[in-house]
Ligand binder design. Structure first.
Ligand code: B1M
Length: 215
């Protein structure tokens, strides 16, 4: 197998034997650590999703794949470019919405925002609107970042937007995750919220949108 194929196969097979050696090799061959994540590691995850959908993998196996992905990201994180920002660009609250445990994408967004000068407060997974509202009042963030991968999470974002509006909150909101699209965001979430709502297709897109909101 080629190096990219091997890296994808660690994720697909949920095994870490040889992973770090190959990631080390990849660091020399790829233009950036993020290119390794967005390339072979994500390819592996996409295949895991496909196999799971076809009932060829069980949840326990997908969890092992998630572990490999998380270990890979932790290994790569110190090699990621940290932009010199002596003063914080502001506080961002991050959460995976109520009912959803998927956090790999959210954690990637956390790392990338953090490395680029944001002060990120990660509320974790399955964050109910009430918990989010409480955290917003406590932390007073500049931006709220919501992640969700399930189809029902897209609906949950609509419900969350409604609850925030009812609580008189209109802080800009960044939303992302596999079940969302720009169209869904525009048609379903935006009308339910008083503040700005923007959709990010990936973590880098999230960073550039956050940066644009600064201007
Ligand atoms: Co689950 N799962 N899962 N799962 N899982 C999906 C999402 C699914 C598409 C798989 C499938 O069937 N093909 C499917 C959803 C179906 C649907 O609703 N349409 C699914 C299902 C059904 C489930 C369960 C219901 C399975 C079950 O129990 N029967 C269950 C749900 C539990 C729950 O949440 N209540 C479940 C559980 C799990 C595991 C726990 C085993 C594990 C998660 C472990 C973890 O996260 N700690 C898992 C995994 C790993 C997946 C897949 C295979 C991979 C997800 C992932 O981590 N991708 C996934 C299939 C797939 O997506 N191909 C699947 C890598 C990650 C980097 O990408 O999170 O998309 P992603 O993030 C991207 C962008 O979306 C974006 O940036 C990232 C890239 O830079 N982004 C943001 C994400 N959030 C953002 C926020 C932003 C900005 C950008 O701003 C705030």
């Amino acid at each position: 197998l080629s190096l990219p194929e091997r890296i994808a196969s660690y994720v697909i097979e949920g095994t870490k034997e040889g992973l770090i050696d190959d990631l080390q090799k990849a660091l020399k061959e790829y233009p950036s650590p993020l290119a390794i994540i967005n390339g072979p590691l994500m390819d592996g995850m996409a295949e895991v999703g496909r196999l799971f959908n076809d009932n060829q993998l069980i949840v326990a196996e997908v969890l092992q794949s998630a572990e490999v992905m998380k270990s890979s990201v932790s290994f790569l994180e110190p090699y990621m470019k940290k932009n010199d920002t002596s003063s914080s660009k502001g506080k961002i609250l991050l959460a995976t919405v109520k009912g959803d445990v998927h956090d790999i994408g959210k954690n990637l967004v956390d790392i990338i925002l953090n490395n680029n000068g944001y002060d990120v407060v990660d509320l974790g997974i399955k964050v109910a609107p009430a918990e989010l509202i409480e955290a917003i009042r406590r932390e007073k963030p500049k931006l709220i970042g919501l992640s969700g991968l399930l189809v029902k999470s897209a609906q949950q974002m609509v419900a969350t937007a409604q609850d925030l509006k009812e609580a008189d909150i209109s802080i800009p909101m960044l939303v992302g995750g596999a079940a969302l699209s720009r169209k869904f965001t525009l048609n379903k979430i935006v009308p339910e919220y008083d503040g700005l709502v923007v959709y990010a297709k990936d973590a880098m897109d999230g960073l550039s949108l956050a940066n644009r909101l600064q201007d």
